[in-house]
Ligand binder design. Sequence first.
Ligand code: EPU
Length: 423
Amino acid sequence: MESLIIQGGNRLKGTIPVSGAKNAALPIMAACILCEGETILHNVPDLRDVRQMCVLLNRLGVETERDKSGALHLRAEDEMNCHAEYELVSKMRASICVLGPLLAKRRKAQISMPGGCAIGDRPVRLHIQGLEALGADTDLVNGDFVMKAKKLRGSELFLGGAFGSTVTGTANVLMAAVLAEGRTVIESAACEPEIVDLADFLNKCGARIEGQGTPRIVVEGVASLHGAEHTVIPDRIEAGTFMIAAAVSNGELTLKDCRIDHLVAFVDTLRRVGLNIEKGDKGVNVSSSRRLDPTEITTQPYPGFPTDLQAQTMVLLSLADGNSVITEKIFPDRFLHVAELNRMGTRLRKEGPTVIVEGVKKLVGAPVMASDLRASAALVLAGLLAKGQTRVQRMYHLDRGYEKIEEKLKAVGADVRRVTDSI
Ligand code: EPU
């Protein structure tokens, strides 16, 4: 296993290019199951999850190849296998994104039921209900969902759950509805930019989707889809993570290819806390005033404050002059980073789905254990500002969602290096 060794205290200065969005790329790749002919995707980040999705798609008969320019070519060649096995689904929950496309194109999908993960229960009931509303039948066989449909028919359906809309659930129903007969209306659809990107891609392939980016998506089914060329949107969560890196290191970063219009709630909070965030000629410029104000945040579905930036923001607020309150409304158990951060000197007190963040003057380096992707990013940020050395173990979590993170950080002055653990 690999670790990241960080010598804290360096001021970060320079430009960081933002990669393509993992959570947009994964469902778009899965959507290629629906298409006749070749699709070419630009700006697909080279990440563990993306490579994992390629392995799954290959097993499902979709050929994938990166060309010299980095573009990813995908083409469905063989429609025989409709089974996403436990071995693959357990490695990456986003494997569930093949459910809708398999059902719509091949009339059958067998997907191992994803279990819980480090950030809590991850139910998929809404995905199933939405697809059943389009006419599919479901069976549970040896821990696998088996969904079948002789024909999918458009329907009006509601996708909201106890915690709001579902992102990959919306993606699945949308990808099935594009080939269903007639009109589908998805109410309480997820509004995330990644869903808009998926819908825009599907429309390029011949789908007829309107309302993406709003809670009401309307789809007129079509008989078939063709491949298309598409550029994936930039990763708003990676961009947000680097904004915090600029602030906690007292640095000045320019983020190239950063869409701050996808980060309105987050940027608004950061500005209130004391960051300067402005659009410039070469990207988005981020710096911070030395004094950070405390604040209250609550994570919500888009356009609210993103849960995927909760852990990282906790590190920033640990440096504020006073107490902050963070409430997690999407994944109420997504707090595994709290105990690890406290080992580095933060004063975080968890009370149910809320963490009280007491501002402290400094953090100290320590060996810490990454538990999930965004928690690992928070530990790296803490390491950048801590006095002394931090060793973030289990880099594979970070590699799922941050492309070339140590190269990007080194290029702006961070003292970081990846090492292979001896045990
Ligand atoms: N939910 C249900 N029933 C369902 C599905 C979801 O109750 O059938 C609940 C969830 O338990 C949660 C809420 O609805 O409380 C939202 O979950 P959602 O389904 O939207 O999450 P997801 O689609 O599984 C995606 C991202 C996550 C991100 C969440 C929330 C991808 C591949 N994953 O997950 O990204 O945290 O939306 O924005 O798009 C990450 O990148 O680190 C990550 C975890």
